[in-house]
Write a protein of this length. Structure first.
Length: 97
């Protein structure tokens, strides 16, 4: 079973998402973030279940979609690092942290 870690920038992404949603509902913001975290944790059982990110085309960079967000992660052996969480309407950064 692989270990999941979050990059500092992905944690900032998650905070920004929570702050945005909390403008309307702090309760829903908390539930939404909890749902993202729960889905990310499932990657530990099947790290390569996400698709290869089309913009990068690198086997180790994968993503899955959760509602309107793209969760991009790296697979490094037994380590899965969440690189970024981006709204689907936004472009991915040219270089990931």
């Amino acid at each position: 079973m692989a270990q999941v870690s979050w990059s500092p920038s992905s944690l900032l992404d998650l905070d920004s998402i929570a702050e945005f949603i909390a403008r309307d509902s702090a309760h829903y913001a908390s539930l939404f973030v909890q749902s993202i975290v729960a889905h990310v944790e499932k990657l530990s059982e099947c790290p390569r279940s996400g698709r290869v990110v089309p913009e990068y085309g690198r086997e180790e960079l994968r993503e899955f979609i959760f509602e309107n967000y793209r969760i991009v992660y790296r697979v490094r052996g037994e380590l899965i690092e969440i690189a970024t969480v981006v709204h689907g309407s936004r472009q991915l950064p040219q270089a990931l942290p």
